[in-house]
Design a protein around this ligand. Structure first.
Ligand code: SF4
Length: 703
């Protein structure tokens, strides 16, 4: 370790807690919460406080490049030069024969901003395809589109410090008590000091967040928009609409008003499974709020109508004028540590860096000129699920996977398996042999992990932090930026003569000049010496911007926010049938992270919930003669899962829950939840519909 003690940021969720790392010869790396950090003020959740176990245990690490010369050859150790020369030769040959869109990159919200920027420059600027997408597509792409449609740009308006200034929280489609624990702890502490603070939770499950709420609306999955419209109707009828704000700072209110006033609370109550009085009570709490924060995550985003759900929720903030004021605003929670940084640098198939749009020819030219390339392809890139469809059908021939495990995390795992088997060439750039996807690699590249490389990340509140290198990576593992830069040089691309990671950051910061995310006055020195900054930071003395839209000027052409009407009010997912009568919803548990490649090796974290369990309501369990602990078989039209049942009244009748994490090659893959999930995506955001798959369930009978 270069310093005896360094300050960095947690590598798990988008909360972005500050961590102090120490290293000594006796204990190795240890971590504590940074008391002076504005996000967590010394607190860490179970995952963060056990991060050092992941760092100290290198037994699963990929230590050197491995390659096979053909599908029938075994993997063998090779040098970095051989590995990257082969990658360059295969990509060149495939592109020459089949065109640039025959290759693609699938990356991760855990990549640092410099990595995200560099790989997007490489793919969009030099490989001449827009086939680069990220696993953040699975978590927040519906929120991105929702913000753009409402505010004109992908801009989260709030700061975490708004938590302590709010008096009403609407948590919908999220379980922050488990998935964003430090933010939820801040809400709890605020409520402990201010008992009048109200928390409303909308969720089909009695989660830990719901159990701490003043009001839990246990909604039938998929009916969120109906409920938001019923709340809006009540708000308008009770005189809670902020007419000045609506008149001066929004568009399209009349159509929205007509739509929601035509709805019926009684009908909404029936469709959503929530008593009318609870809908009225929720609306009255929101209407009386001085500071109203809505928080949401995958429960809204991962849906066939995820964008519509987002805009319908955002409308409630516009209706009540609760944007750009202390303690108010809509607040999407990002799942991954740098999902926000990825958005900034255009880390998705349909985006360009600094919030420019791929489908805008002026933006394409600006970015191409900045990178010194002739042009950027106007053809939209394939999104996460589309890329694997293209591999399966043979349209795409090669994929480069960085820091993510699609075999476990994408919907319909069997299809992903087929896609990877069908690919001519699979590169997996990873830290760990634990990632199931790596068994499909033709080329396995060892990457440096957290603390083993430097770079920056942006958390859910637009806060940028610098993460220093503290220890050396094991074996021959290299920082991702170095792997990508070396590959670009093997491809003879200009524009990759970066000597340091900071050089990449400088180039990106320059690109942000005079944009909505201007950080052209930021650099590593300032981040190291002055701490974190929330973008934009539009001049040298600027302290950063905690809250957006304080001037009520939005990024739309009229500078007004827009009330959007949904294209569909009711869920468009396949509905339950006689064959598949249950709705399966999937999600996270408290102590695991994604596909468990890191948290799965920490024994302390495995004690909370050691194996996947199917949550089933007592009435459904009784009808199917299922008891807690029984092995059950869950079946959808895509596949099967075999797990233990947990009978619990925390879930609605007709709904089942499975955690999404497990996927190791155990029991013939029968504990892998995504064997079941459907392949439907939101038509605009292309985010998968993980929260609504129809399934059947039966007690397992040994053959
Ligand atoms: Fe890490 Fe998120 Fe936990 Fe904070 S809340 S310690 S960022 S996992």
């Amino acid at each position: 370790m270069q310093n005896s003690e360094i300050k960095t940021t947690c590598s798990y969720c988008g909360v972005g807690c500050g961590i102090i790392v120490t290293n000594d010869s006796k204990n190795g790396v240890t971590v504590t919460g940074d008391k002076n950090h504005p996000v967590n003020k010394g607190m860490l959740c179970s995952k963060g406080m056990n991060l050092h176990y992941v760092v100290n245990d290198t037994s699963d690490r990929i230590l050197y490049p491995e390659m096979r010369w053909s599908k029938s050859h075994p993997m063998e150790r090779v040098s970095w030069d051989t590995a990257l020369e082969r990658a360059a030769a295969v990509f060149t040959s495939i592109i020459k024969k089949h065109g640039p869109d025959s290759v693609g990159f699938y990356i991760s919200g855990q990549c640092l901003t410099e990595e995200y920027y560099l790989v997007n420059k490489l793919v969009k600027g030099f490989l001449k395809t827009n086939n680069i997408d990220t696993n953040s597509r699975l978590c927040m792409s519906s929120a991105v589109v929702g913000y753009k449609k409402t505010f004109g740009e992908d801009a989260v308006p709030i700061a975490y410090d708004d938590i302590e200034l709010a008096d009403t929280f609407l948590i919908t489609g999220a379980n922050p008590a488990w998935c964003h624990p430090i933010l939820f702890r801040r809400i709890e502490q605020h409520k402990e000091k201010n008992p009048k603070v109200k928390i409303i939770v909308i969720d089909p499950r009695k989660t830990d967040s719901a159990l701490n709420a003043d009001l839990h609306l246990q909604i039938i999955p998929g009916t969120d928009i109906i409920l938001y419209h019923a709340l809006a109707k009540r708000l308008i009828e009770q005189g809670y609409a902020d007419t000045d704000f609506i008149k001066n700072h929004t568009e399209n209110f009349k159509l929205y008003k007509d739509l929601v006033l035509a709805s019926s609370l009684e009908k909404a109550s029936k469709l959503c499974g929530i008593p009318v009085n609870d809908i009225k009570l929720a609306a009255d709490i929101i209407g009386k709020a001085k500071g109203f924060l809505s928080l949401w995550a995958m429960g809204l985003n991962q849906s066939a109508i995820g964008v519509d759900k987002n805009t319908a929720l955002l409308n409630l903030s516009l209706l009540t004028g609760q944007v750009g004021k202390p303690g108010s605003g809509p607040f999407s929670l990002t799942g991954q540590p740098n999902a926000m940084g990825g958005r900034e640098v255009g880390g998705m198939a349909n985006l360009l860096a600094v919030h420019k749009e791929l489908n805008n020819p002026v933006h394409r030219k600006e970015v191409a000129d900045f990178w010194g390339v002739e042009d950027i392809s106007e053809k939209p890139g394939l999104t996460a699920t589309e890329m694997f469809d293209a591999l399966e059908s043979g349209k795409m021939k090669a994929i480069w996977v960085i820091c993510t495990n699609p075999l476990v995390s994408l919907p319909d795992s069997r299809r992903v398996e087929k896609a990877l088997s069908n690919a001519k060439f699979v590169v997996v750039q990873e830290i760990s042999h634990n990632a199931d996807t790596s068994k499909f690699a033709d080329l396995l590249l060892p990457a440096a992990g957290w603390l083993e490389k430097e770079g920056t990340m942006t958390n859910s509140e637009r806060r940028i932090s610098y993460l220093p290198k503290g220890i050396n990576a094991p074996g021959e593992a290299l920082p991702d930026v170095e792997i990508l830069t070396r590959f670009a040089k093997k491809m003879n691309f200009s524009g990759f003569n970066f000597n340091t990671t900071e050089d990449i950051y400088k180039e990106y910061c320059l690109m942000t000049k005079n944009t909505s995310i201007d950080i052209s006055f930021l650099n590593y020195n300032r981040l190291k010496n002055e701490g974190t900054f929330q973008w934009p930071v539009p001049d040298y003395g600027h302290p950063g911007t905690p809250r957006l839209f304080t001037d009520k000027k939005f990024y739309t052409p009229s500078q007004k926010a827009i009330f959007n009407l949904p294209t569909a009010i009711e869920n468009t997912s396949e509905q339950p049938s006689n064959q598949f009568p249950f709705i399966l919803t999937t999600g996270r548990i408290r102590d695991q992270w994604h596909t468990m490649t890191k948290t799965g090796k920490v024994s302390r974290l495995m004690t909370h919930i050691p194996s996947p369990m199917l949550e089933i309501n007592p009435i459904d369990a009784y009808k199917a003669a299922i008891k807690s602990g029984d092995i059950v078989v869950v079946t959808s039209k895509n596949g099967t899962v075999r797990v233990k049942a947990k009978v619990s009244d925390s879930i609605r009748e007709g709904v089942l829950f499975l955690p999404m994490h497990w996927g190791k090659q155990l029991e013939n893959d029968l504990n892998r939840t995504n064997n079941l999930t459907n392949t439907v995506v939101d038509p605009t955001s292309k985010e998968p519909d993980f929260k609504f798959t129809t399934v059947s369930v039966a007690k397992y009978v040994k053959p």
